[in-house]
Design a protein around this ligand. Structure first.
Ligand code: ADP
Ligand code: MG
Length: 256
């Protein structure tokens, strides 16, 4: 791998749920430090694509590589052998995921939430990860909340903690699935600000979002999906401001 090798490559990925093709021949390549935004109507396959990259779902055809490694399978000669659960768990550490719902551990404090993964999964020394956890809290602007419980925080604050918790595992790529969709409108901005800072720091990100302003400002590249397919892809100005495909145009007109 060199600096310009993509962090994530999806090659002709198909994912079916029974007869439904949730992803149909989807190909996408995300370079280091890029912010790949994915937009599209409900049911178009956006979450499924992230879930396949994160191995929460198994693909039916095609291949996905993360940080240069084929996920889910090992090549043996011409054959593909499924990886063990332990190997899949190791690969999943390369991707950090932030969901629409914050999914924090409600019986743990903010700091405990952040250090839980590094402590129990990575088995790193507590002193080291507490220091890193505090630095992450600082980064998301919530240092003073270290001993609070999630229920004491606003939705926006909880989502910022969820981002810090994912970052604590030092992923190679961060996947965001509509991270602001469940928030009251006045709390959206603080989460987008954290994501903006993260992008500026060079983190590779794949972001499913309906926040077209954020996409226009921060995305390196935008994909519009519909019915399990990539309909249009390009720089944000092209896809969001002067889309070529009628389906993209209709979607953007409806969202704005
Ligand atoms: P989006 O995130 O763009 O709204 P999804 O990826 O969630 O779309 O869903 C794509 C399609 O796959 C939808 O038609 C959805 O109903 C279907 N789907 C998603 N997950 C499952 C599942 N676990 N079982 C059956 N169908 C599913
Ligand atoms: Mg979704």
């Amino acid at each position: 791998m060199n600096a310009l090798s993509p962090i994530v490559v999806a090659a002709s990925v198909t994912k079916q749920f029974g007869p439904l093709k949730a992803l149909n021949n989807v190909s996408l390549s995300v370079l280091p430090g890029a912010v790949q935004c994915i937009i599209g109507p409900s049911g178009s396959g956006k979450s499924t694509l992230l879930r396949c990259i994160n191995q929460l779902e198994k693909i039916d055809a095609g291949a996905i590589t993360v940080a240069g490694e084929l996920i889910g399978y090992r090549r043996v000669g011409n054959e593909l052998h499924e990886l063990s659960d332990a190997e899949i768990a190791r690969q999943r550490l390369k991707t950090g995921m932030v969901f629409q719902r914050f999914n924090l551990f409600n019986h743990m404090t903010v700091l405990q939430n952040i250090i839980e993964g590094p402590l129990t999964v990575l088995k790193r020394p507590r002193r080291e990860i507490v220091a890193e956890g505090m630095a992450l809290l600082e980064r998301v602007g919530l240092s003073e909340k270290r001993d609070s419980y999630p229920i004491e925080l606003s939705g926006g604050q909880q989502q910022r903690i969820a981002i810090a918790r994912a970052l604590a595992m030092k992923p190679q790529v961060m996947l965001f699935d509509e991270p602001t969709s469940a928030l009251d409108p006045e709390l959206v901005g603080e989460v987008l600000n954290v994501m903006r800072d993260l992008a500026a720091s060079g983190m590779t990100m794949i972001v499913v979002t309906h926040e077209l302003g954020f996409a226009r400002e921060v995305a390196s590249d935008v994909v519009f999906m519909d019915k399990g397919e990539i309909v249009e892809q390009g720089p944000p100005r092209q896809v969001l401001v002067s889309p070529q495909q009628p389906r993209t145009r209709d979607f953007i007109a409806a969202v704005l």
